[in-house]
Design a protein around this ligand. Structure first.
Ligand SMILES: Nc1ncnc2c1ncn2[C@@H]1O[C@H](COP(=O)(O)OP(=O)(O)OP(=O)(O)O)[C@@H](O)[C@H]1O
Ligand SMILES: [Mg+2]
Length: 378
C-alpha cells in the first residue's frame, strides 16, 4: 500500500500537515533549532485562517450517569466561503454533535471552532444569540421542527426578520416573498405548514433559514423523511441558495444522491474526519468530452495521523503497526514484517477500527511495548 500527496490542489486537506516517515535522525534537537522552528511557526498564518468554517482538533465529550461518550475526538474540518458540501458517516459518528456546535447550540469540550470569524468557544450568551440569528441558518430533519404551525409560509419566513428588527413590515414582506419565489414556492405563500407537502415544508424551512441572509446554512438530514424525488427538489433548493445568494452550505446526509451531487463529501468516522470525496469536471483531451470524476482522499491531520480504510488494512492483515517508507513522490505503507507483527496481522485483522490511533507525536515510531501489550493473538 502506498500513499500519494493530494493531487486535487489540496482542497480541504490540511496543507500544513507534515508527512510522517521513518527512519528519522536520532540526534537531539538543539535549543537554537527549536527557537528557529518556533519563530518560523509564529510567522505562519493560523490553521484555517482563510476558511469560513474552521474546526481544529474539536473535542466533545458527553457525560451521563458517570459514563463518558467521546462524540468528537479531535475533528479537523475546513469549509471555504461559498462551498456547498456534504457530511456523511455512520450513525453515532458525531455528525449532529458537530452541526449543533456549528449552529451555536452546543459548546465543544476542547479544540477550536470558528465560523465567519466568530469563536464558538468563547462567545458569551448575547453573542451566541446574535450568532444564531444573523450568522447561521439551520434546517432540521423533522419537517415539523422547522416551521411554526399556526403561521403561513410567508409569515414563517418573516418571523426571523422581525426578531432581528430594523426593517419595515413592507420591506420584510417583499424580502420574504422574494425568497419564496427563488425557491419556487409562490403557491405556498399563504398556506400553513399542514397545507404543504413534506418537500414544500423543507423548502420553506430553507427560506426561513435564509431569512436574515446568514453566511452559513446548516442542514442535518434535511431529506431524511422524504422520498427520493422530493429529496431531489429539496436539494435543488439548497443549490439555488448557494448559487443565487452565495451562502456556504453544509448538509449532513445519508442520501447517496445528495452526497453525489456536491463537489466535496467529507466522511466522519468515530468523531473525526476520515476521508473525503472530491468531484471535478475533467475534459477528455482527445474527444473533448466533459465528465464528472470522483476521487476519494484520506484525511491527514496536523499531527500526521491518517485513517486507513478497513478494507485496505484487513486485506493486507495490517493491525496496530505498519512500516512506512518515504519514496520520492509517495509514502509506502507495508504490513509489519516482524514475527510478532505478522502474528498480530493474522489474528488482529478483526480489530479494523482503522482510527490510525497514532500518538500524534509525529515521529511515526513503532512502540513495541504498546503493540505487544494490546495486540490480539489467536
Ligand atoms: N446529549 C448527549 N448526551 C450523551 N451522549 C450523546 C449526546 N448527544 C450525542 N451523544 C452521543 O454522541 C455520539 C455521536 O452522536 P451524534 O448524534 O452526533 O451522531 P450522528 O452521527 O448524528 O448519528 P445519526 O446518523 O444517527 O444521526 C453517539 O454515541 C451519541 O450517543
Ligand atoms: Mg444525527
Amino acid at each position: 500500500m502506498s500513499t500519494w500527496p493530494d493531487d486535487g490542489a489540496g482542497e480541504g486537506l490540511g496543507a500544513e500537515a507534515e508527512a510522517v516517515a521513518r527512519p528519522r535522525p536520532a540526534t537531539p534537537t538543539s535549543l537554537a533549532e527549536l527557537e528557529r522552528r518556533a519563530a518560523a511557526r509564529r510567522g505562519q498564518p493560523a490553521y484555517g485562517h482563510d476558511a469560513l468554517i474552521a474546526c481544529d482538533r474539536l473535542v466533545r465529550v458527553f457525560s451521563t450517569d458517570g459514563v463518558e461518550v467521546q462524540a468528537l475526538q479531535g475533528l479537523d474540518l475546513l469549509v471555504a466561503e461559498g462551498e456547498l458540501m456534504a457530511l456523511v458517516g455512520a450513525s453515532g459518528s458525531g455528525k449532529s454533535t458537530l452541526m449543533n456546535i456549528l449552529a451555536g447550540l452546543d459548546i465543544p469540550t476542547a479544540g477550536a471552532a470558528t465560523v465567519a470569524g466568530r469563536d464558538l468557544l468563547t462567545m458569551d450568551a448575547g453573542a451566541r444569540l446574535g450568532y444564531r440569528r444573523d450568522v447561521v441558518g439551520f434546517v432540521w430533519q423533522q419537517t415539523a421542527r422547522n416551521l411554526l404551525p399556526y403561521l403561513t409560509a410567508l409569515q414563517n419566513v418573516m418571523l426571523p426578520m422581525q426578531l432581528r428588527g430594523g426593517r419595515r413590515r413592507a420591506a420584510r414582506t417583499k424580502a420574504a416573498g422574494e425568497l419564496l419565489s427563488m425557491l419556487s414556492l409562490d403557491h405556498c405563500r399563504d398556506r400553513r405548514p399542514h397545507q404543504l407537502s413534506g418537500g414544500e415544508q423543507q423548502r420553506t424551512a430553507i427560506a426561513v433559514a435564509l431569512a436574515n441572509t446568514p453566511s452559513v446554512l446548516l442542514a442535518d438530514e434535511p431529506t431524511g423523511e422524504l422520498d427520493s424525488h422530493t429529496a431531489e427538489q429539496v436539494f435543488t433548493a439548497f443549490r439555488t441558495a448557494n448559487e443565487e445568494l452565495g451562502t456556504t452550505i453544509v448538509i449532513v446526509t445519508h442520501d447517496q444522491t445528495v452526497a453525489n451531487e456536491v463537489r466535496r463529501t467529507v466522511a466522519i468516522r468515530d468523531g473525526r474526519t476520515s476521508s473525503e470525496v472530491l468531484r471535478r469536471t475533467e475534459r477528455d483531451a482527445t474527444t473533448g468530452q466533459e465528465s464528472l470524476v470522483a476521487r476519494e482522499y484520506a484525511m491527514l491531520d496536523r499531527a500526521g495521523r491518517l485513517q486507513l480504510p478497513t478494507e485496505y488494512t484487513s486485506s493486507l492483515g495490517m493491525a496496530h503497526r505498519v512500516l512506512l517508507e518515504l519514496e520520492t513522490d509517495h509514502i509506502g505503507v507495508w504490513p509489519d514484517d516482524t514475527a510478532d507483527g505478522a502474528a498480530q496481522g493474522r489474528g488482529g485483522g478483526e480489530d479494523g477500527d482503522g482510527d490510525g490511533d497514532g500518538d500524534g507525536d509525529g515521529d511515526g515510531s513503532a512502540n513495541g511495548d504498546e503493540a505487544g501489550g494490546t495486540g490480539k493473538r489467536d
